[in-house]
Ligand binder design. Structure first.
Ligand SMILES: Cc1cc2nc3c(=O)[nH]c(=O)nc-3n(C[C@H](O)[C@H](O)[C@H](O)COP(=O)(O)O)c2cc1C
Length: 237
């Protein structure tokens, strides 16, 4: 072994613990569309049996596309902007178009992979075991509706930025942004959620970490404005 090879990243470095929700960007081709790519922010659960489980929401392309035998990638990236673009529903959602620019992907025959990913897991959808088709024991827990086997795990590099509180809070802010438009205007949930979103922005500014998230918050603010929030409701100065 030479000096360099001892620094090579080994794919075994990437181990996932069960019962943890790993936030990722799941990418899959739309069939019969010259490889148009669907990208979605999805929480993924790993198991000790080399399988992954996902709960895909109803009425999403992700749910529709991840049928038995379909291959997809689970991407881990520090690029929060791509999480935002992947999560916010377009007005023309029903059209199978590339949500992120094609230049953002490594395009192979069966699976698209995000270039920004420091690690990716390639998977193939399996049938669900019958035990999982039963009702969940806990009402608040959504049971997974997609099961897949891991074909390959790849670690391309070590992450440049490790997940920190700003990234975690920003992911939380993104989730809030996806919910605000579905709440009744000025209901308690609407007001509270908008308030927390503004508090998160203020926190990140006070931590002097807004520079790297600026474009993403602009996109989230604009999305809210397009969905009926008034610009002055997004200012906090
Ligand atoms: C942090 C985060 C986590 C999410 N996790 C899930 C998830 O586990 N399952 C899901 O279906 N959608 C999840 N969503 C919402 C999806 O990103 C959204 O439904 C998806 O982009 C729908 O797009 P599609 O119709 O193009 O698949 C999450 C969103 C965010 C911001």
């Amino acid at each position: 072994m030479n000096e360099l090879s001892s620094y090579r990243i080994h794919d075994d470095l990437l181990t996932f613990k069960p019962f943890i929700n790993y936030e990722s960007i799941v990418c899959v081709y739309f069939p019969n569309t010259e490889k148009k790519i669907n990208a979605a922010c999805i929480g993924v659960h790993f198991t000790p049996t080399n399988e992954v489980y996902i709960h895909a929401y109803e009425d999403t392309h992700t749910k529709e596309l991840l049928t038995v035998g379909t291959r997809f990638s689970i991407n881990f990236s520090e690029n929060f902007y791509e999480y935002v673009v992947a999560a916010l529903r377009r007005k023309d959602h029903d059209e199978p178009i590339d949500e992120l620019p094609r230049s953002a992907f490594l395009i192979s025959d069966s699976i698209p992979i995000l270039k920004s990913a420091w690690a990716a897991v390639e998977c193939e959808v399996l049938a669900l075991p019958s035990s999982l088709l039963e009702k969940p024991v806990c009402k608040r827990r959504e049971i997974p509706n997609i099961r897949a086997r891991i074909i390959k795990k790849e670690v391309f590099r070590l992450p440049v930025l490790f997940n920190n509180r700003s990234m975690n809070l920003s992911i939380e802010a993104l989730i809030l942004v996806t919910r605000i438009p579905i709440y009744e205007k000025y209901s308690k949930e609407f007001n509270d959620t908008l308030k927390i979103y503004n508090i998160i922005k203020r926190k990140i500014i006070s931590w002097r970490d807004m520079e790297r998230f600026h474009q993403s918050y602009e996109l989230m603010d604009n999305y809210l404005i397009e969905n009926g929030v008034k610009p002055q409701e997004l200012s906090f100065f």
